[in-house]
Ligand binder design. Structure first.
Ligand code: NBG
Length: 816
């Protein structure tokens, strides 16, 4: 890379930042001052690339991907920026020479938790890969003042704490008060004629202002720095003035606070959002700011908006930004005077939609009344899109009213509501699922009627994860070993990992592989000891399930196995069963009672099991609190068994599954989401498969599922559930876990009991495989060697080819 900064120069800039940006002398500097000074020094390197990148894109009028996402779960910046710049060693040395430890400063960074889980993290991985592949891109989203809550554990229960990630400032962002847009809300519309043409004027009831906050996202050692632009809501001056002039000072203050509320807090997943006006405001706010910004940039080069789609590809990350379809129509029609047909052609050619879930309760709908109250003009536009769309449907399927009702953008059942997935589907030229099986299920089920209508719109793009953050940065020991074996080309081209295959037969390499894993396990054991007090031996099998807590992900199935294992060990303490450390982590939505009870259950089982003198040496259970991007760093490298055990047909893709396998963990999993493709890639013999298939699930339900019969038939299952029901794990409140047991015995909606037997048998296979150290190591190496296709670089290449039709725009830095 051009212009690599020396250790001396880095020290110099660091000292200068401490002095000139922070006004500190070294002896008075806090840890945070030191971190910020280093971040600012590194940011100078980012800015050089960023300025050059934007200038190049501007000159070349590059076709640009605009990734619209309500969530970007970025994780800490400093470490990944140092890695991407190739500056980690320099920084370490520079800090050491000044008497500071780089790791201490890295630890100081508060992560921007602007996402819930997989969906937000995927957006962050995609930004990383877009920059690495040198594709011009802007990530557009929301600068939440409070991100996803911090999770504390009190007496085994989750307690939520506000995430004040900005409390100590954020050295990575640059506020752009001059890049600001007004966003209207509420009010009414007025028809009018403009140059003889019918037009509509929207008179909003209130107006808020969106301010751009920019963060540079670096590519891996290639000079590209793309833009992540997040919007913060503020009050507009004019509005304050109006109220002020009428002497209503407090009214003005209230307005100001109401405006700023829009970007106050990230909504947690898995809660019923229907009727949450603020959430709809958030969605519209960021979509409107982003589209106005895109039009502004586009018009800088003075072009005709009928070609907007040639400049931009907008990706709608789930339905949260689906209002973009209506808002782009409004901007083109009402503000820029295009005719409906022209505006519609541009809109459809610009937008593409990614679906991320098959759970019906997670498909967004907004009550028509609320929608119309907040966005009266958009509701008119949605109605008109729908009218024209349903005419097409009627033309294709004369007399099929049922189909018309199913496809309509408006759900007429119950209270009327706007189906956001339908709006996104109609307004997009491509629709994709996030794993092969998920896309197939979309076609067959959730979006079946759309698929029948427009099969050519559907494509699959299987998710991926960035190997820079999740292998190189998270697991330096393994990365070094891989580098030594095959060079470091895999960081740009993960298919090169295949070249590790021959090393499965190299005993010295296998030993080194195990040594790295063991050291990683020792690291995680220390973290667990620090944060939970649980002692896990690095010699145990590290069996890990980390992800949001949700019934469909079936953390409680894992608990049932843990209890069964404990009971078996108690009966036969000398059995040749490998030691195991079962590790959980993940947040539950604050209002999701069962998920929170599952967290308590894990802790309660841990308390009993970890204290049992008969089994202590063989089994430990731990719950790692506050699972997030920062805290997951020691988890994937240490894991040996990756639990991906959702009910078949429920997990759209999963991306944790990829992070584990890329770090050499073997998967125990169902045929669900991307597990299917992971198993294909790594080979069935290197994957522990169990459970019902989607078809099996369907059949079982059709036949009538009676979980109680399974309980009555299976003594192992009975012993487990009886222990739970009798209060063996909750001596102070014997009925505590009754609701879980009752649900399993009556409806068992997630089919735990149906898969229990198969899961336990599969766990026995895991034990057998683990006892054969060499076999296990070979399987582990093969997993890493064959995971290349699960890099987010591959996913972005797929999108670039099949959805966006966009290519790279390399950046050159002048030598200084
Ligand atoms: C999640 C799915 C995961 C998937 C990620 C990223 C939502 C709505 N969906 O299976 O549950 O890996 O999206 O695609 O958060």
């Amino acid at each position: 890379m051009a212009g690599d900064i020396t250790v001396e120069a880095l020290k110099h800039t660091f000292r200068h930042k401490l002095f000139a940006a922070l006004g500190r002398f070294p002896a008075a500097a806090t840890k945070n001052d030191l971190y910020v000074a280093l971040a600012l020094a590194v940011r100078d390197e980012l800015l050089r690339r960023w300025v050059k990148t934007s200038e190049t894109y501007f000159r070349a009028k590059s076709r640009t991907v605009c990734y619209f996402s309500a969530e970007f779960l970025l994780g800490p910046h400093l470490g990944i920026n140092l890695l991407n710049l190739g500056l980690e060693d320099h920084a370490r040395q520079a800090m050491a020479e000044l008497g500071y430890g780089l790791d201490v400063l890295l630890e100081q960074e508060e992560e921007p938790g602007l996402g819930n889980g997989g969906l937000g993290r995927l957006a962050a991985c995609f930004m990383d890969s877009l920059a690495t592949l040198q594709i011009p891109a802007i990530g557009y989203g929301i600068r939440y003042e409070f991100g996803i809550f911090d999770q504390l554990i009190r007496d085994g229960w989750q307690v939520e704490k506000t995430d004040k990630w900005l409390a100590l400032g954020n050295p990575w962002e640059i506020p752009r008060p001059e890049i600001a847009f007004d966003v209207g809300l509420g009010g009414h519309t007025e028809p009018m004629t403009e140059g003889g043409r019918y037009a509509v004027r929207w008179v909003p009831h209130r107006v808020v202002r969106g301010i751009a906050y920019d963060t540079a996202i670096l590519g891996y050692r290639n000079n590209t720095a793309n833009l992540l632009r997040l919007w913060k809501a503020e009050a507009t001056e004019s509005f304050d003035f109006a109220a002020f002039n009428q002497g209503d000072y407090w009214g003005a203050v209230e307005q100001k606070m109401a405006s700023e509320n829009i970007t106050k807090v990230l909504y947690p997943n898995d809660e019923l959002l229907r009727g949450q006006k603020l959430r709809l405001e958030q969605q519209y706010f960021f979509v409107s700011c982003s589209l106005q910004d895109m039009v502004r940039i586009y018009l800088q080069t003075g072009s005709d908006l009928r070609h907007l789609h040639e400049k931009y590809a907008v990706q709608l990350n789930d339905t949260h930004p689906a209002l973009a379809v209506a808002e782009l129509m409004r901007l083109l029609l009402d503000v820029h005077g295009l005719a409906w047909e022209a505006a519609w052609d541009v809109t459809r050619a610009t937008c593409a939609y990614t679906n991320h879930t098959l759970l019906p309760e997670a498909l967004e709908r907004w009550p028509v009344a609320l929608f119309g109250e907040l966005l009266p003009r958009h509701l008119e536009i949605v109605y008109e899109i729908n009218r024209r769309f349903l005419d097409v449907v009627r033309g294709r399927y004369p007399g099929d009213d049922a189909r018309v009702g199913r496809l309509s953008l408006i759900d007429e059942s119950g209270g009327r509501s706007v189906r956001m997935a339908h709006l996104a589907a109609v307004g997009s030229h491509r629709i994709n699922g996030v794993a092969a099986m998920h896309t197939d299920l979309l076609k067959a089920d959730v979006l079946r009627d759309f698929h029948a209508l427009w099969p050519e719109k559907f494509v699959n793009v299987t998710n991926g994860v960035t190997p820079r953050r999740f292998l190189a940065l998270a697991n330096p020991r393994l990365a070094r070993l891989i580098d030594e074996a095959i060079g470091d080309g895999w960081l740009r081209d993960t298919d090169e990992l295949q070249r590790l295959e021959p090393f499965t037969e190299d005993a010295a390499f296998r030993a080194a592989w195990r040594k790295a894993k063991r050291a990683n396990k020792a690291d995680l054991a220390e973290v667990l000891r620090d944060r939970t007090g649980v002692d896990a031996s690095p010699d145990a099998l590290f069996d890990v399930q980390v992800k949001r807590i949700h019934e469909y992900k079936r953390q409680h199935l894992n608990v049932l196995h843990t209890i069964a294992l404990w009971q078996r060990l108690r009966r036969d303490p000398d059995a040749e069963t490998p030691r195991r450390a079962v590790v959980f982590g993940g947040k539950a939505a604050p209002g999701y009672r069962t998920a929170k009870l599952i967290i308590k259950l894990i802790h309660s089982v841990a308390d009993v099991v970890n204290a049992d003198p008969l089994t202590r040496a063989r089994l430990r259970v731990a719950f790692l609190p506050d699972y997030n991007v920062k805290n997951c760093m020691p988890v994937f490298p240490a894991a040996e068994l990756s639990e991906q055990i959702s009910t078949a047909g429920k997990e759209a893709s999963g991306t944790g599954n990829m992070k584990f396998a890329m770090n050499g963990a073997l998967t125990i999993g169902t045929l669900d989401g991307a597990n299917v493709e992971i198993r294909e890639a790594v080979g069935a013999e290197n994957f522990f498969l169990f459970g019902l298939t989607v078809e099996g699930v369907r059949r079982l339900r059709a036949e009538g599922y009676r979980p109680r019969e399974l309980y009555e038939r299976d003594p192992v299952l009975r012993e487990v559930l009886d222990a739970l029901a009798s209060g063996a794990f909750s001596p102070d409140d014997r009925g505590l876990f009754r609701p879980i047991v009752d649900s399993l015995l009556t409806e068992d909606p997630w089919l735990l009991l149906a898969d229990f037997d198969s899961y336990l048998a599969c766990q026995r296979e895991v034990e057998t495989a683990y006892r054969d150290v060499d076999r296990w190591t070979r399987m582990s190496i093969r997993n890493v060697a064959r995971m290349g296709r699960f890099s987010s670089d591959r996913a972005i290449r797929d999108y670039a080819r099949d959805v966006w039709r966009v290519g790279p725009q390399p950046i050159t830095l002048e030598e200084e």
